[in-house]
Design a protein around this ligand. Structure first.
Ligand code: 2U9
Length: 344
């Protein structure tokens, strides 16, 4: 029986050696150390041994079992270590390798321009208000002193939905709605950014849908000089403290007097170049003192209240500020164009 046990030990140890996976090792364990294993079998035959032999064989059997179990433990550890090293080697990260570029998005150029302008006017005490893009004929035209059939209406070719509903052609109706809701009970100081729609053929400087920011300040004794002061601050904030502004007479049905505001050309510093068409000045926005008819229709007494208003196109501001040559870039979502304008 002693030889049998030693032969079993050698046989088991060589099986352990041959085992190449934990699974195979498990099979060897069950085969040799399991309840139905040969060592157990030998021990069952202990009964036939002499009392002197029993403890010797018993101890030998336990030694053999322990040797086999240790050999398995070592083999299992060695296999697990080898597996771990293999895994580490496979998963070894070459930290010198460049990381996978993470596509980081950013604000659309128009969004950042609108927010930059909003921040300035919020700083000047204006509140930001928004309103419906599907507007009534009354608030889009009538309340702005553009009665039915008024020729100026054609200046703003419109997408009518029904006889009385259209896609707003400017954000002025939001100011008109706000004034009308207040009915002259208190001053109004607001700006209104948003999308507007005009039936226009899209080209490098025109789009059927574009953005506007309009502003309105109605209070007691608001003067043209207040308008000029605010516009001068706006121009210097957006285009540089060294920019000059000039106001030229103009006409809008909803303001009287009306002006266009130009800024001195940054490229030629007012000398005249292709950018400013040799004038030294670049047109930025329109403005004026709110027309008394518009005040009246909204319940403001023009003898008690006066106000100024202005309107600009953020696309135009962005094109001037960043040298964008085609307004359609703002809407065609070409990432090559968009990613140029956000700080990653
Ligand atoms: C109310 C009263 C007056 C808003 C104004 C302009 C002048 C103007 C143009 C700018 C670029 C339109 O998109 S654009 O072509 N707008 O020049 N807008 S004054 O006047 C108002 C608005 C609301 C109640």
């Amino acid at each position: 029986m002693k030889e049998q046990l030693q032969a079993l030990e050698q046989e088991a140890l060589s099986k352990v050696e041959e085992a190449s996976t934990i699974k195979e090792l498990q099979v060897v364990r069950v085969a040799y150390l399991g309840k139905k294993g040969p060592i157990t079998e030998v021990l069952r035959g202990m009964g036939k041994l002499s009392p002197e032999e029993r403890p010797i064989i018993g101890e030998l059997a336990n030694t053999v079992r322990a040797n086999i179990a240790n050999a398995m433990e070592e083999k299992k550890d060695a296999m697990e270590r080898a597996e771990l090293e293999k895994q580490l080697a496979e998963e070894q990260i070459d930290v010198t390798l460049p990381g996978r570029p993470v596509a980081v998005g950013g604000p659309h150029l128009l969004t950042s321009i609108v927010e930059e302008i909003e921040d300035l006017f919020i700083g000047l005490g204006f509140e930001v208000r928004e309103g419906p893009e599907v507007e009534t004929d009354y608030y889009n035209f009538e309340a702005l002193n553009l009665p039915k059939g008024h020729p100026a209406r054609d200046m703003q070719d419109s997408f009518y939905i029904t006889e009385d509903l259209l896609m707003r052609t400017h954000t002025s109706p939001v100011q008109a709605r706000t004034m009308n809701a207040i009915q002259g009970a208190r001053p109004v100081k607001m700006i209104c950014p948003g999308k507007v729609y005009r039936r226009d053929t899209d080209d490098a400087t025109h789009s059927h849908q574009f953005t506007q920011i309009e502003g309105l300040y109605v209070d007691k004794n608001v003067r043209m000089s207040d308008l000029k002061g605010v516009l001068d601050r706006f121009a210097k904030h957006m285009f540089g403290e060294d920019r000059e502004i000039r106001l030229r007479p103009s006409f809008f049905p909803f303001t009287e007097p009306s002006v266009e505001m130009d800024i001195s050309c940054k490229v030629c510093n007012g000398e005249g170049c292709s950018v400013c068409k040799k004038t030294g000045w670049i047109e930025i926005l329109g403005a004026g003192m709110v027309h008394p008819r518009v005040l009246e229709m909204a319940g403001y007494d023009p003898n008690e209240y006066s106000g100024f208003a202005f309107g600009m196109g953020p696309e135009r501001i962005a094109m001037l500020k960043y040298g964008v040559d085609d307004i359609r870039h703002f809407y065609t979502n070409d990432v090559r164009f968009l990613k140029q304008y956000h700080q990653a």
